[in-house]
Design a protein around this ligand. Sequence first.
Ligand code: EPS
Length: 400
Amino acid sequence: MLRFLTAGESHGPVLTAIVEGMPSGIPVDASYIDRELARRQSGYGRGGRMKIETDRVDITAGIRHGLTLGSPVALSIKNRDWDNWKDVMSASSVEAFDSTKNVTRPRPGHADLSGGLKYDHRDLRNILERSSARETAARVAAGTLARKLLEEFGIRIYSWVVEIGGVKWERKSLRDFERLFKKAEASPVRCPDRKAADEMIEAIDNARKAGDSLGGAFEVAATGVPPGLGSHVQWDRKLDGTLAQALMSIQAIKGVEAGLGFGVASTPGSKVHDEIFYRQKEVKAQAGYWPANASFYRKTNNAGGIEGGMSNGEPIILRAAMKPIPTLYKPLRSIDIVSKAPFKASIERSDVCAVPAAAVVAEAVVAFDLARAFLEKFGGDSFTEIERNYKGYLEQISEY
Ligand code: EPS
Protein backbone atom coordinates (compact mmCIF):
# COMPACT_ATOMS: atom_id res chain seq x y z
CA MET A 1 0.00 0.00 0.00
CA LEU A 2 1.32 3.42 -0.95
CA ARG A 3 1.11 5.86 1.96
CA PHE A 4 2.98 8.78 3.43
CA LEU A 5 3.35 10.74 6.62
CA THR A 6 4.81 14.16 7.16
CA ALA A 7 6.34 15.70 10.28
CA GLY A 8 7.68 19.12 11.06
CA GLU A 9 6.79 22.51 12.49
CA SER A 10 6.69 25.68 10.40
CA HIS A 11 9.63 27.28 12.26
CA GLY A 12 11.29 24.06 13.39
CA PRO A 13 14.58 22.87 11.89
CA VAL A 14 13.19 20.61 9.16
CA LEU A 15 10.14 19.16 7.44
CA THR A 16 10.14 15.41 6.87
CA ALA A 17 8.13 13.06 4.66
CA ILE A 18 8.28 9.28 4.67
CA VAL A 19 6.77 7.50 1.68
CA GLU A 20 6.13 3.81 2.11
CA GLY A 21 5.11 1.41 -0.65
CA MET A 22 6.99 2.96 -3.58
CA PRO A 23 7.92 0.12 -5.92
CA SER A 24 11.53 -0.36 -6.94
CA GLY A 25 12.99 0.89 -10.20
CA ILE A 26 11.30 4.30 -10.47
CA PRO A 27 13.82 6.94 -11.58
CA VAL A 28 13.86 9.89 -9.17
CA ASP A 29 16.46 12.54 -8.54
CA ALA A 30 16.51 15.44 -6.13
CA SER A 31 16.45 18.08 -8.85
CA TYR A 32 13.09 16.75 -10.07
CA ILE A 33 11.61 17.18 -6.57
CA ASP A 34 13.29 20.59 -6.16
CA ARG A 35 11.60 21.82 -9.32
CA GLU A 36 8.19 21.02 -7.83
CA LEU A 37 9.17 22.62 -4.51
CA ALA A 38 10.11 25.80 -6.37
CA ARG A 39 6.77 25.78 -8.23
CA ARG A 40 4.98 25.64 -4.86
CA GLN A 41 6.94 28.63 -3.62
CA SER A 42 6.04 30.84 -6.54
CA GLY A 43 2.82 32.77 -7.12
CA TYR A 44 1.79 36.37 -6.79
CA GLY A 45 0.53 37.32 -3.33
CA ARG A 46 2.97 35.47 -1.08
CA GLY A 47 4.41 37.28 1.95
CA GLY A 48 7.84 37.79 3.52
CA ARG A 49 8.49 34.17 4.45
CA MET A 50 8.97 33.06 0.87
CA LYS A 51 11.88 35.50 0.56
CA ILE A 52 13.60 33.60 3.38
CA GLU A 53 12.99 30.05 2.15
CA THR A 54 14.48 28.33 -0.91
CA ASP A 55 13.21 24.81 -0.52
CA ARG A 56 15.55 21.95 -1.41
CA VAL A 57 15.03 18.28 -0.70
CA ASP A 58 17.51 15.95 0.99
CA ILE A 59 16.87 12.33 0.12
CA THR A 60 18.10 10.27 3.04
CA ALA A 61 16.59 6.84 2.36
CA GLY A 62 14.97 4.64 -0.25
CA ILE A 63 16.74 5.85 -3.39
CA ARG A 64 20.10 4.67 -4.72
CA HIS A 65 21.86 5.74 -7.91
CA GLY A 66 18.73 7.58 -9.02
CA LEU A 67 16.30 4.66 -8.64
CA THR A 68 13.81 3.79 -5.90
CA LEU A 69 14.78 0.67 -3.96
CA GLY A 70 11.33 -0.42 -2.80
CA SER A 71 12.20 0.59 0.76
CA PRO A 72 10.64 3.63 2.50
CA VAL A 73 11.77 6.88 0.96
CA ALA A 74 12.71 9.58 3.49
CA LEU A 75 12.72 13.18 2.35
CA SER A 76 13.60 16.28 4.30
CA ILE A 77 13.44 20.01 3.62
CA LYS A 78 15.24 22.50 5.83
CA ASN A 79 13.45 25.57 7.17
CA ARG A 80 15.87 28.43 6.67
CA ASP A 81 13.79 30.55 9.03
CA TRP A 82 14.79 28.12 11.82
CA ASP A 83 17.88 30.25 12.40
CA ASN A 84 15.57 32.99 13.73
CA TRP A 85 13.54 30.61 15.93
CA LYS A 86 16.13 28.36 17.58
CA ASP A 87 15.15 29.30 21.13
CA VAL A 88 11.42 29.60 20.59
CA MET A 89 11.28 26.24 18.83
CA SER A 90 14.05 24.42 20.72
CA ALA A 91 13.35 20.71 21.34
CA SER A 92 15.16 20.82 24.68
CA SER A 93 13.86 22.98 27.49
CA VAL A 94 15.14 26.54 27.42
CA GLU A 95 15.86 27.80 30.94
CA ALA A 96 15.15 31.41 30.38
CA PHE A 97 12.17 31.00 28.06
CA ASP A 98 9.92 33.94 28.63
CA SER A 99 6.31 32.79 28.97
CA THR A 100 5.12 36.25 28.00
CA LYS A 101 6.12 35.11 24.50
CA ASN A 102 3.32 32.53 24.62
CA VAL A 103 0.71 32.95 21.92
CA THR A 104 -2.57 33.33 23.81
CA ARG A 105 -4.60 35.09 21.16
CA PRO A 106 -6.36 32.67 18.80
CA ARG A 107 -6.87 33.91 15.24
CA PRO A 108 -10.34 33.41 13.79
CA GLY A 109 -10.20 30.90 10.94
CA HIS A 110 -7.07 29.14 12.21
CA ALA A 111 -6.63 25.88 14.12
CA ASP A 112 -5.43 27.89 17.17
CA LEU A 113 -8.46 27.72 19.47
CA SER A 114 -9.82 24.27 18.60
CA GLY A 115 -6.29 22.82 18.78
CA GLY A 116 -5.53 24.54 22.09
CA LEU A 117 -8.69 23.14 23.65
CA LYS A 118 -8.13 19.67 22.20
CA TYR A 119 -4.43 19.29 23.11
CA ASP A 120 -4.65 21.32 26.33
CA HIS A 121 -2.00 23.79 25.23
CA ARG A 122 -1.87 27.27 26.78
CA ASP A 123 0.75 28.40 24.26
CA LEU A 124 -1.09 28.34 20.95
CA ARG A 125 2.25 28.24 19.12
CA ASN A 126 2.12 24.50 19.89
CA ILE A 127 -0.83 24.30 17.50
CA LEU A 128 -0.11 26.92 14.87
CA GLU A 129 3.36 25.62 14.11
CA ARG A 130 1.99 22.35 12.82
CA SER A 131 -1.28 23.57 11.32
CA SER A 132 0.67 26.03 9.15
CA ALA A 133 0.58 25.48 5.41
CA ARG A 134 4.37 25.28 5.53
CA GLU A 135 3.71 21.55 5.92
CA THR A 136 2.61 21.42 2.28
CA ALA A 137 6.27 21.59 1.18
CA ALA A 138 6.67 18.06 2.59
CA ARG A 139 3.48 16.95 0.87
CA VAL A 140 4.71 18.25 -2.46
CA ALA A 141 7.96 16.32 -2.00
CA ALA A 142 6.01 13.10 -1.27
CA GLY A 143 3.54 13.72 -4.09
CA THR A 144 6.35 14.27 -6.54
CA LEU A 145 7.53 10.67 -6.10
CA ALA A 146 4.02 9.55 -6.97
CA ARG A 147 3.93 11.90 -9.91
CA LYS A 148 7.14 10.38 -11.26
CA LEU A 149 5.64 6.92 -10.99
CA LEU A 150 2.53 8.03 -12.89
CA GLU A 151 4.64 9.71 -15.57
CA GLU A 152 6.29 6.39 -16.28
CA PHE A 153 2.82 5.20 -17.35
CA GLY A 154 1.93 8.30 -19.37
CA ILE A 155 -0.28 9.89 -16.70
CA ARG A 156 0.11 13.68 -16.47
CA ILE A 157 -1.20 16.10 -13.85
CA TYR A 158 -2.03 19.76 -14.47
CA SER A 159 -3.49 22.69 -12.56
CA TRP A 160 -4.61 26.24 -13.20
CA VAL A 161 -6.34 28.92 -11.19
CA VAL A 162 -9.91 29.78 -12.19
CA GLU A 163 -10.81 32.36 -9.55
CA ILE A 164 -9.17 34.77 -7.10
CA GLY A 165 -11.20 37.01 -4.82
CA GLY A 166 -14.27 37.06 -7.07
CA VAL A 167 -12.37 37.51 -10.36
CA LYS A 168 -13.40 34.46 -12.39
CA TRP A 169 -12.05 32.89 -15.52
CA GLU A 170 -14.52 30.66 -17.33
CA ARG A 171 -12.62 28.25 -19.50
CA LYS A 172 -14.53 27.26 -22.61
CA SER A 173 -13.44 23.79 -23.57
CA LEU A 174 -10.88 21.47 -22.13
CA ARG A 175 -8.92 19.70 -24.84
CA ASP A 176 -5.39 20.97 -25.01
CA PHE A 177 -4.19 20.37 -21.46
CA GLU A 178 -0.53 21.01 -22.26
CA ARG A 179 -1.25 24.41 -23.78
CA LEU A 180 -3.38 25.56 -20.84
CA PHE A 181 -0.81 24.28 -18.40
CA LYS A 182 2.02 26.12 -20.17
CA LYS A 183 0.06 29.34 -19.99
CA ALA A 184 -0.70 28.75 -16.30
CA GLU A 185 2.99 28.10 -15.62
CA ALA A 186 3.89 31.42 -17.22
CA SER A 187 1.29 33.37 -15.21
CA PRO A 188 2.11 34.88 -11.79
CA VAL A 189 -1.32 33.72 -10.58
CA ARG A 190 -1.41 30.42 -12.56
CA CYS A 191 -4.34 31.66 -14.65
CA PRO A 192 -4.04 30.80 -18.37
CA ASP A 193 -6.10 33.83 -19.43
CA ARG A 194 -4.05 37.04 -19.55
CA LYS A 195 -6.93 39.44 -18.95
CA ALA A 196 -8.34 37.49 -16.01
CA ALA A 197 -4.81 37.09 -14.59
CA ASP A 198 -4.25 40.86 -14.70
CA GLU A 199 -7.53 41.43 -12.88
CA MET A 200 -6.60 38.81 -10.27
CA ILE A 201 -3.26 40.57 -9.70
CA GLU A 202 -5.08 43.85 -9.28
CA ALA A 203 -7.48 42.25 -6.78
CA ILE A 204 -4.50 40.94 -4.78
CA ASP A 205 -2.86 44.39 -4.81
CA ASN A 206 -6.08 45.97 -3.58
CA ALA A 207 -6.47 43.39 -0.82
CA ARG A 208 -2.86 43.95 0.25
CA LYS A 209 -3.47 47.72 0.49
CA ALA A 210 -6.64 47.12 2.50
CA GLY A 211 -4.84 44.72 4.89
CA ASP A 212 -7.10 41.94 3.70
CA SER A 213 -6.59 38.49 2.17
CA LEU A 214 -8.16 36.61 -0.75
CA GLY A 215 -9.23 33.05 -1.49
CA GLY A 216 -10.03 31.51 -4.81
CA ALA A 217 -10.47 28.32 -6.79
CA PHE A 218 -8.34 26.14 -9.02
CA GLU A 219 -8.69 23.13 -11.22
CA VAL A 220 -6.58 19.98 -11.23
CA ALA A 221 -6.67 17.65 -14.22
CA ALA A 222 -5.10 14.27 -14.87
CA THR A 223 -4.79 12.75 -18.35
CA GLY A 224 -3.84 9.24 -19.41
CA VAL A 225 -5.71 7.68 -16.50
CA PRO A 226 -7.02 4.24 -17.52
CA PRO A 227 -10.55 3.14 -16.65
CA GLY A 228 -10.90 1.17 -13.45
CA LEU A 229 -8.94 3.05 -10.75
CA GLY A 230 -10.93 3.08 -7.51
CA SER A 231 -13.96 0.85 -7.04
CA HIS A 232 -17.73 0.95 -6.74
CA VAL A 233 -17.77 -1.95 -4.27
CA GLN A 234 -16.93 -0.15 -1.03
CA TRP A 235 -17.35 3.43 0.19
CA ASP A 236 -13.73 3.95 1.09
CA ARG A 237 -12.45 2.72 -2.25
CA LYS A 238 -14.34 5.22 -4.39
CA LEU A 239 -11.87 7.33 -6.33
CA ASP A 240 -13.87 10.56 -6.12
CA GLY A 241 -14.08 10.02 -2.35
CA THR A 242 -10.37 9.49 -1.87
CA LEU A 243 -9.43 12.37 -4.19
CA ALA A 244 -11.84 14.68 -2.38
CA GLN A 245 -10.27 13.72 0.94
CA ALA A 246 -6.79 14.37 -0.43
CA LEU A 247 -7.79 17.83 -1.68
CA MET A 248 -9.90 18.74 1.34
CA SER A 249 -6.98 17.96 3.63
CA ILE A 250 -4.92 20.79 2.12
CA GLN A 251 -4.84 23.74 4.51
CA ALA A 252 -7.66 26.27 3.86
CA ILE A 253 -9.57 24.17 1.30
CA LYS A 254 -13.29 24.44 1.93
CA GLY A 255 -14.89 22.94 -1.17
CA VAL A 256 -14.11 20.22 -3.73
CA GLU A 257 -15.92 19.34 -6.93
CA ALA A 258 -15.51 16.63 -9.58
CA GLY A 259 -16.43 17.46 -13.17
CA LEU A 260 -19.56 19.58 -13.30
CA GLY A 261 -19.57 19.48 -9.49
CA PHE A 262 -22.25 21.66 -7.90
CA GLY A 263 -23.48 22.38 -11.42
CA VAL A 264 -25.23 18.99 -11.40
CA ALA A 265 -27.76 20.36 -8.93
CA SER A 266 -29.27 22.70 -11.50
CA THR A 267 -28.81 20.73 -14.74
CA PRO A 268 -31.25 18.07 -15.98
CA GLY A 269 -30.01 14.49 -16.25
CA SER A 270 -30.12 14.56 -20.05
CA LYS A 271 -27.48 17.30 -20.00
CA VAL A 272 -25.39 15.97 -17.12
CA HIS A 273 -24.54 12.42 -18.15
CA ASP A 274 -21.82 11.83 -20.70
CA GLU A 275 -23.13 9.71 -23.56
CA ILE A 276 -21.09 6.69 -24.58
CA PHE A 277 -19.68 6.28 -28.11
CA TYR A 278 -17.59 3.61 -29.78
CA ARG A 279 -15.01 3.58 -32.55
CA GLN A 280 -13.01 0.66 -33.83
CA LYS A 281 -9.56 1.35 -32.36
CA GLU A 282 -6.82 -0.78 -30.99
CA VAL A 283 -5.87 0.14 -27.45
CA LYS A 284 -2.12 0.58 -27.64
CA ALA A 285 -1.28 -2.04 -25.06
CA GLN A 286 2.28 -2.29 -26.29
CA ALA A 287 2.95 1.35 -25.62
CA GLY A 288 2.11 0.77 -21.95
CA TYR A 289 -0.09 3.82 -21.54
CA TRP A 290 -3.78 4.60 -21.76
CA PRO A 291 -4.44 6.18 -25.15
CA ALA A 292 -6.21 9.47 -25.63
CA ASN A 293 -8.26 7.89 -28.43
CA ALA A 294 -9.71 4.80 -26.76
CA SER A 295 -12.46 2.75 -28.40
CA PHE A 296 -15.18 3.63 -25.86
CA TYR A 297 -15.22 7.39 -25.51
CA ARG A 298 -17.33 10.43 -24.53
CA LYS A 299 -17.91 13.73 -26.24
CA THR A 300 -18.52 15.48 -22.91
CA ASN A 301 -16.84 15.03 -19.52
CA ASN A 302 -19.29 16.32 -16.91
CA ALA A 303 -18.43 13.33 -14.72
CA GLY A 304 -14.87 14.64 -14.46
CA GLY A 305 -13.59 11.22 -15.53
CA ILE A 306 -15.15 9.35 -12.61
CA GLU A 307 -18.32 7.22 -12.63
CA GLY A 308 -19.39 4.91 -9.82
CA GLY A 309 -16.26 5.75 -7.86
CA MET A 310 -14.04 4.54 -10.73
CA SER A 311 -12.04 6.34 -13.38
CA ASN A 312 -13.80 5.92 -16.75
CA GLY A 313 -10.87 6.60 -19.06
CA GLU A 314 -11.64 10.28 -19.63
CA PRO A 315 -9.42 12.94 -18.04
CA ILE A 316 -9.98 13.43 -14.31
CA ILE A 317 -11.18 16.99 -13.63
CA LEU A 318 -11.34 18.34 -10.07
CA ARG A 319 -11.90 21.78 -8.61
CA ALA A 320 -11.21 23.10 -5.16
CA ALA A 321 -12.03 26.34 -3.34
CA MET A 322 -9.60 27.91 -0.90
CA LYS A 323 -10.70 30.31 1.81
CA PRO A 324 -8.85 33.61 2.27
CA ILE A 325 -5.82 33.31 4.54
CA PRO A 326 -7.04 33.99 8.09
CA THR A 327 -3.89 35.78 9.26
CA LEU A 328 -4.97 39.34 8.49
CA TYR A 329 -3.43 42.76 8.86
CA LYS A 330 -6.97 43.98 9.22
CA PRO A 331 -7.81 42.99 12.80
CA LEU A 332 -10.60 40.51 13.57
CA ARG A 333 -12.22 40.20 16.97
CA SER A 334 -11.22 37.33 19.25
CA ILE A 335 -10.69 36.47 22.95
CA ASP A 336 -7.39 36.06 24.81
CA ILE A 337 -7.40 32.50 26.24
CA VAL A 338 -5.72 33.58 29.52
CA SER A 339 -7.30 36.94 30.37
CA LYS A 340 -10.58 36.16 28.54
CA ALA A 341 -10.49 39.76 27.39
CA PRO A 342 -11.61 40.63 23.89
CA PHE A 343 -8.90 41.88 21.52
CA LYS A 344 -8.43 42.51 17.86
CA ALA A 345 -6.07 40.00 16.22
CA SER A 346 -3.32 41.65 14.19
CA ILE A 347 -0.09 40.31 12.74
CA GLU A 348 3.34 41.23 11.46
CA ARG A 349 3.69 39.01 8.40
CA SER A 350 1.32 37.16 6.13
CA ASP A 351 0.54 36.07 2.60
CA VAL A 352 -2.28 38.00 0.91
CA CYS A 353 -3.17 35.10 -1.38
CA ALA A 354 -1.79 31.58 -1.65
CA VAL A 355 -4.21 30.16 -4.22
CA PRO A 356 -1.54 29.62 -6.96
CA ALA A 357 0.63 27.72 -4.44
CA ALA A 358 -2.35 25.66 -3.28
CA ALA A 359 -2.96 24.58 -6.88
CA VAL A 360 0.58 23.18 -7.05
CA VAL A 361 0.05 21.38 -3.72
CA ALA A 362 -3.20 20.01 -5.13
CA GLU A 363 -1.36 18.52 -8.12
CA ALA A 364 0.89 16.69 -5.65
CA VAL A 365 -1.90 15.28 -3.48
CA VAL A 366 -3.92 14.24 -6.54
CA ALA A 367 -0.81 12.54 -7.95
CA PHE A 368 -0.37 10.69 -4.69
CA ASP A 369 -3.93 9.43 -4.56
CA LEU A 370 -3.94 8.41 -8.22
CA ALA A 371 -0.66 6.56 -7.73
CA ARG A 372 -2.13 4.82 -4.68
CA ALA A 373 -5.16 3.73 -6.71
CA PHE A 374 -2.92 2.75 -9.66
CA LEU A 375 -0.80 0.54 -7.43
CA GLU A 376 -3.90 -0.95 -5.81
CA LYS A 377 -4.97 -2.11 -9.26
CA PHE A 378 -1.66 -2.95 -10.92
CA GLY A 379 0.51 -3.19 -7.85
CA GLY A 380 3.77 -5.00 -7.74
CA ASP A 381 7.04 -4.61 -5.96
CA SER A 382 8.98 -3.44 -8.98
CA PHE A 383 8.45 -1.22 -12.00
CA THR A 384 8.84 -4.30 -14.24
CA GLU A 385 6.08 -6.16 -12.45
CA ILE A 386 3.68 -3.21 -12.55
CA GLU A 387 4.39 -2.58 -16.22
CA ARG A 388 3.60 -6.22 -17.00
CA ASN A 389 0.35 -6.05 -15.05
CA TYR A 390 -0.64 -2.79 -16.67
CA LYS A 391 0.07 -3.95 -20.21
CA GLY A 392 -1.91 -7.13 -19.53
CA TYR A 393 -4.88 -5.04 -18.40
CA LEU A 394 -4.69 -2.78 -21.47
CA GLU A 395 -4.68 -5.89 -23.68
CA GLN A 396 -7.67 -7.26 -21.78
CA ILE A 397 -9.55 -3.99 -22.32
CA SER A 398 -8.71 -3.97 -26.01
CA GLU A 399 -10.44 -7.33 -26.36
CA TYR A 400 -13.55 -6.21 -24.49
C1 EPS B 1 1.55 30.25 7.01
C2 EPS B 1 2.09 31.50 7.36
C3 EPS B 1 3.26 32.08 6.69
C4 EPS B 1 3.38 31.46 5.30
C5 EPS B 1 3.43 29.96 5.47
C6 EPS B 1 2.08 29.47 5.89
O1 EPS B 1 4.48 31.74 7.33
P1 EPS B 1 5.08 32.62 8.54
O2 EPS B 1 4.14 32.44 9.68
O3 EPS B 1 6.44 32.02 8.79
O4 EPS B 1 5.15 34.02 8.01
O5 EPS B 1 4.50 31.96 4.61
O6 EPS B 1 3.78 29.32 4.29
C7 EPS B 1 5.02 28.81 4.19
C8 EPS B 1 5.99 29.03 5.05
C9 EPS B 1 5.22 27.98 3.01
O7 EPS B 1 6.33 27.42 2.81
O8 EPS B 1 4.26 27.83 2.23
C10 EPS B 1 0.41 29.70 7.75
O9 EPS B 1 0.06 30.19 8.83
O10 EPS B 1 -0.21 28.71 7.27
